[in-house]
Design a binder for this molecule. Structure first.
Ligand SMILES: [Zn+2]
Length: 437
């Protein structure tokens, strides 16, 4: 049993405290006023203690692209030219180099306050499309890395069968494809049952309409993720090929629902919003990646008005910072509309914690009895946070303000230093250099 003494903690989506949080076997067993009469030596957590954050949408290998895609050459053109650089990276990785990169990146995420991540995994096969001896070698490289870093990974195994409507996969996309939806389902079924897994449709571009229902069936009660309308060009191609929007196509195949998350949801019609709201589908907003890739801005006010649950994703890991992701939702809306306060700070924290955990099937995201003992203590006396109203800390804090990360009742990172692997910068540098070799 461990007692964490908090001057302040985020409980029931508000600041309260001082409070003792008692944990046993990785679970919160009691919450109450500080008990100064007992013999137990409490572990003091500084600042404001949040529940662990979740990154609901990660492409972990994209971390090797950070700071390398902004040149004045073709990389700078659009999402589609950026994708060429991403494909060049995707073509180089093998299970060992992917494992090293994922281990470093998940270590960075954990030190930043993320205790769970949904890995949208589509880098399945050899560069020529052939199978590894274990057809799930790449996925297991990712989940092994998560276990070593101490972050809770939901492996969202992605179906990817075509490069566009009626077009076969080409080039590096062969790595992503199982060739048929049945082969994809067989491989997914062979994943170890001890892992927490979900399934995913890469996008309506990459999974034919006739195969969408098979992915929904394979979910079998697990979470299902799908990239939805990230680019206007996807909507145009979908309308031209099927006469329907991507959201309508997915809905017709039974893909939308309360365990489904639509990632990005940037270019939605009023009808699309109604489909997401009516089915209880979550929208995962990835503000820093969407800005980086010039995706455009989703209508947050329309989603909030429709009652759509919002979660947060880091996506290409261009910035690993749960606070920047959360407030990025509100800042994008302010820039687009000239209005402030569509998402108040408590709603942003809810999106980054409980909603993001729920999106990936994780039980975390709240400080309550019975919840995982995952705690993130954030400094309130740093150059960024000093003087801020604690209720509004999400609007000013940065990953660098994360003082202590507790996972399953144990301190796993302190002031950006991982208990086992130290400063993530060194392992990131080495693994990124290796990835590009
Ligand atoms: Zn993505």
């Amino acid at each position: 049993m461990t007692v964490f003494r908090c001057a302040a903690a985020w409980i029931d989506n508000a600041v309260s405290g001082p409070v003792d949080i008692v944990t046993d076997h990785g679970v919160i067993t009691a919450i109450g006023p500080p008990d100064t009469t007992g013999d137990d030596q409490p572990e003091s957590l500084p600042g404001l203690v949040f529940p662990g954050f979740a990154d609901a949408h990660s492409h972990v290998f994209h971390r090797a692209l950070r700071g390398r895609t902004h040149g004045a050459d073709a990389q700078a053109g659009s999402f589609w030219t950026w994708r060429e650089t991403m494909y060049a990276l995707a073509g180089r990785l093998d299970p060992d180099s992917l494992h090293a990169l994922a281990l470093a990146t998940y270590t960075e995420l954990l030190c930043a306050g993320y205790t769970a991540v949904g890995e949208f995994h589509y880098l399945h096969h050899r560069p020529d499309g052939g199978r590894y001896d274990d057809p799930n070698a790449m996925g297991l490289a990712v989940t092994d890395a998560g276990a070593e870093a101490g972050i809770d990974v939901t492996l969202l195994d992605v179906a990817y069968l075509s490069s566009g409507f009626g077009k076969p996969t080409v080039g590096v996309q062969q790595r992503f494809s199982d060739g048929s939806i049945d082969a994809w389902a067989d491989r997914v079924a062979a994943l170890p049952s001890a892992l927490r897994t979900g399934v995913a449709v890469h996008s309506v571009r990459a999974v034919p309409e006739s195969a969408l229902g098979s992915v929904a069936a394979a979910a079998d009660g697990r979470v299902l993720h799908v990239h939805l309308s990230e680019q206007a060009a996807e909507n145009e191609a979908c309308l031209a090929a099927t006469g329907r929007t991507p959201a309508a196509l997915l809905h017709g195949a039974g893909v939308l629902g309360p365990r489904t998350s639509a990632v990005h949801a940037t270019h939605l019609t009023a009808g699309d919003l109604g489909l997401l709201a009516g089915t209880g589908t979550t929208a995962v907003i990835c503000p820093t990646t969407e800005a980086d890739l010039a995706d455009g801005l989703p209508s947050i006010a329309a989603m909030v008005d429709a009652g759509i649950r919002l979660a947060c994703g880091g996506d290409q890991q261009v910035i690993v910072d749960p606070f920047a992701q959360a407030r990025g939702i509100e800042y994008g809306e302010r820039s687009a509309t000239g209005r402030r306060g569509t998402m108040l700070p408590a709603a942003l924290v809810g999106a980054a914690t409980v909603n993001s955990h729920r999106s990936i099937g994780s039980p975390g995201g709240s400080i309550e009895i019975g919840a995982p003992a995952d705690l993130v203590a954030v400094r309130t006396d740093s150059a960024r946070t000093a003087g801020a109203d604690p209720d509004q800390l999400v609007m000013v804090a940065a990953a660098a303000d994360v003082a202590v990360v507790v996972r399953a009742g144990e301190v796993v990172a302190t002031n950006g230093i991982h208990r086992r692997f130290g400063d993530p910068g060194e392992m990131l540098g080495a693994s990124i250099a290796r990835a590009w070799r």
